[in-house]
Design a protein around this ligand. Structure first.
Ligand code: IMP
Ligand code: MG
Length: 189
């Protein structure tokens, strides 16, 4: 018999991989990791929209460093659960990152294509340091070699939604991260 679902599970989810409480605890400890590495240095955070918005907003409130925040936007997914084309930068940096301590923040490291593109671009601008923080890491899916410096959770090769991650732009506002029911994986505009 399948395990009884907790009442708090969103009805469109088949299973919950990371609960709201687990996210909150891990975001706090990532804040402490950042503090350990950066000390009192100012950090220039580059968040990759839209997925990283919720994670970035919570993470930044866990560090008391001076922060400069910039957001960039890439595309690759369309609305499916499989990325079908190489990521492209559609909205670039507005802040100057040369000689700054740059921290790129994203929701999930999957094939590695997006973050290697962005990290390569930032590296070309000669920051004082460059690190990457992701909430989720699907290690088994990598197509280009790329590792993040800070990882919230390693997760299996499943398409997940919630806490910033979407399916066809839906479900970003879920407080938990879970696997969408197959019956919900239909694109409806
Ligand atoms: P990568 O370039 O393949 O590493 O993909 C990175 C981007 O793909 C992420 O920033 C997400 O927007 C998206 N992505 C990858 N896996 C998932 C998933 O399981 N759910 C939702 N979005 C995902
Ligand atoms: Mg994304």
């Amino acid at each position: 018999m399948p395990a009884k679902k907790k009442p708090s599970t969103h009805p469109d989810l088949e299973s919950v991989l990371v609960t709201k409480a687990q996210i909150s605890r891990r975001v706090k400890s990532l804040g402490r990791e950042l503090k350990r590495i950066y000390g009192d240095e100012e950090i220039t955070v580059v968040a990759i929209m839209n997925g990283a918005i919720l994670f970035t907003a919570d993470l930044l409130r866990e560090v008391d460093n001076a922060i400069r925040l910039d957001c960039i936007r890439t595309t690759s997914y369309g609305s499916a659960t499989e990325s079908h084309s190489a990521p492209k930068l559609v909205h670039g940096l507005t802040l100057d990152v040369t000689d700054r301590h740059v921290l790129i923040v994203d929701d999930i490291l999957d094939t590695g294509k997006t973050l290697s593109l962005i990290a390569g671009m930032v590296r070309g601008m000669r920051p004082a340091s460059l690190r990457v923080c992701v909430l989720l890491d699907k290690k088994g899916r990598r197509q280009v070699p790329f590792e993040a410096d800070f990882v919230g959770f390693e997760i299996p090769d499943k398409f997940v939604v919630g806490y910033g991650l979407d399916f066809a732009e839906r479900y970003r506002n879920l407080t938990q991260i879970g696997v969408l029911k197959a019956s919900r994986q239909k694109i409806h505009g």
